[in-house]
Design a protein around this ligand. Structure first.
Ligand SMILES: [Zn+2]
Length: 100
């Protein structure tokens, strides 16, 4: 990816985080390096496959009400609870899930 596109993507991501809040909406974690933009109703990974960067970020900016910020841990837990990671992890393969 060309450097200027990467810089543009970084700026768009920062803009999204600034609008949604640089903080995990579930646990309050606030280190931007491990924060992810999550589609509230799921389907985010399908969207990212369909829309490449920076189109995906522009789409998020136009539809901010559908998105939230989650840290990597909360996002992973949410995906596993919704079985969005079924194709990668067999259920139960890593042992029972911690109930937080
Ligand atoms: Zn979190």
């Amino acid at each position: 990816m060309r450097a200027y596109i990467r810089a543009y993507n970084t700026r768009l991501r920062e803009k999204i985080l600034a609008q949604l809040g640089i903080r995990c909406s579930k646990c309050g974690f606030d280190d931007g390096r491990a924060l992810e933009i999550d589609h509230k109703n799921g389907g985010g990974s399908e969207e990212r496959r369909r829309l490449s960067y920076p189109t995906y970020y522009l789409h998020v900016l136009r539809n901010l009400e559908n998105y939230q910020v989650l840290c990597a841990n909360c996002n992973m837990i949410k995906r596993r609870e919704r079985n969005e990671w079924k194709e990668i992890f067999e259920p139960g393969r890593l042992g029972h899930q911690a109930n937080l």
